[in-house]
Each structure stands twice: as structure tokens, then as C-alpha cells.
Design a protein around this ligand. Structure first.
Ligand code: ADP
Ligand code: MG
Length: 201
């Protein structure tokens, strides 16, 4: 079972890792965007982790809803509402259970990924965060708890965005010139799933 502490460790680990890798995320965004992705996510996840410390939400669902709300309110870029929607929708799907199973987490993240797809209108292969997110959720497997496989799938999905042509978001304005660069949002999704694997202990 995954308890509230697991979800708090996940968001805290995500905040640490996006802060550590903020420069790399911003470099990726400077190649095909506006060079703010690292700063955006550092601000958003740091605010989420701080809000969790302050408010101490009692359930896994409440942790994700609070974190998602912080991302939506603290990040101006496209990624804030998208990641915020992912976490908030996943949190809502978990309801008010005190502990959740792997399959419940997987299904909640799938519902979150569906909400991201609806909000952003992107499809797989459009060179967005979905190209890391969808394979990572699939890789959680029947147990819903194969976090190492999900980490690897997200990383592989992110690296596989390099040769793609961007069809959504700012990078799409570049057309063919978006080819040959890794999508920043797919790279940060890989960090999010690495943080999920770190939250297990
Ligand atoms: P902005 O593009 O507003 O500057 P960020 O730089 O923080 O926002 O985030 C850019 C990332 O957001 C992209 O690399 C991509 O992964 C993701 N993204 C942008 N638009 C969409 C969309 N419509 N659907 C899914 N993901 C998107
Ligand atoms: Mg940007």
C-alpha cells in the first residue's frame, strides 16, 4: 500500500530534482522555446513542496490535489496548468482513501494523463510531455507499482522526442527547426518518474 508519506516524498523528491536540473531544462527550452521551463518547474514544485509542509494534507489524494493546485497557480507557462492538471486529476481519482494500491495509483495517473491530453490537445508523437508520460504510465504495469520500469520508459520516451517535429506548444512555431532537440516537458516528466521511484523506501 502507498500511504500519504509516499506521496509527500514523491513531490519533495520532484522539487529537489527539478531544482537540481533547472539549468538543463531551461537549456532545452532555450533551443526550441523561451528558456523558462527550468525556472517554471522549480518555482511550481518548490511551492508545492512548501505547501505540503505547511498544510500537511491527510491523504494521498489531498497531497496530489494540493500540489496540482500550486503548480496551476504558481507557473505562468503552459507546463504549470498541464502538470497541475495531471496531479489534481490524479488526486481526485484517488478520493479520500488513507492508503492506495499500485493499480489505483496507475489508474489515477492514467486519468491525469487523459486530462492533460484533453487540456493540451496533443497526441503521442507531437513532441510534448505526453511522449514521456503515456509510456511511463503504461510501464507501471499490472501491479501499478513497477516504478523502475516507469522511470526507464519516461526517460526513453523523452530521448525519443529528439528526432520528432513539434506539433504543439511553443516549439511548434519552429516547424522543422524543432527537429534534433529533446522536448523540455518530456525531459521534466522523466524527472517526475525518477522521483516516483525514489519515493519508495
Ligand atoms: P511555455 O511553453 O509556456 O514556455 P514551459 O516552457 O514551462 O511553458 O513548458 C513547455 C513544455 O510544455 C513543452 O516542452 C511541452 O512538453 C509542454 N507542452 C506545451 N504545450 C503542450 C500541449 N499542448 N500538450 C502537452 N504538452 C505541452
Ligand atoms: Mg517555455
Amino acid at each position: 500500500m502507498l500511504d500519504t508519506g509516499f506521496f509527500r516524498r514523491w513531490i519533495a523528491a520532484a522539487a529537489t530534482s527539478v531544482s537540481r536540473e533547472a539549468d538543463r531544462l531551461t537549456d532545452l527550452d532555450s533551443a526550441i522555446g523561451d528558456a523558462d521551463h527550468g525556472a517554471n518547474l522549480q518555482r511550481g514544485f518548490t511551492a508545492a513542496a512548501a505547501a505540503l509542509e505547511e498544510e500537511g494534507p491527510p491523504t494521498p489524494g489531498a497531497v496530489l490535489v494540493l500540489a496540482g493546485r500550486q503548480l496551476i497557480s504558481k507557473v505562468g507557462g503552459a507546463s504549470g496548468p498541464l502538470y497541475g492538471t495531471l496531479l489534481r486529476r490524479a488526486g481526485k481519482a484517488l478520493g479520500d482513501a488513507g492508503q492506495v494500491t499500485g493499480p489505483q495509483l496507475r489508474d489515477a495517473l492514467r486519468a491525469g494523463a487523459d486530462a492533460v491530453t484533453q487540456l493540451g490537445g496533443a497526441a503521442p508523437g507531437d513532441k510534448t510531455m505526453l511522449d514521456a508520460l503515456l509510456p511511463a504510465v503504461d510501464a507501471l504495469g499490472t501491479s501499478g507499482a513497477d516504478f523502475e520500469a516507469a522511470r526507464e520508459a519516461a526517460l526513453k520516451g523523452a530521448l525519443a522526442t529528439v528526432p520528432l517535429l513539434a506539433r504543439k506548444g511553443r516549439a511548434s512555431y519552429l516547424g522543422e527547426r524543432s527537429i534534433g532537440h529533446q522536448d523540455p516537458g518530456a525531459a521534466s516528466t522523466a524527472l517526475l518518474f525518477a522521483a516516483l521511484a525514489e519515493a519508495v523506501r
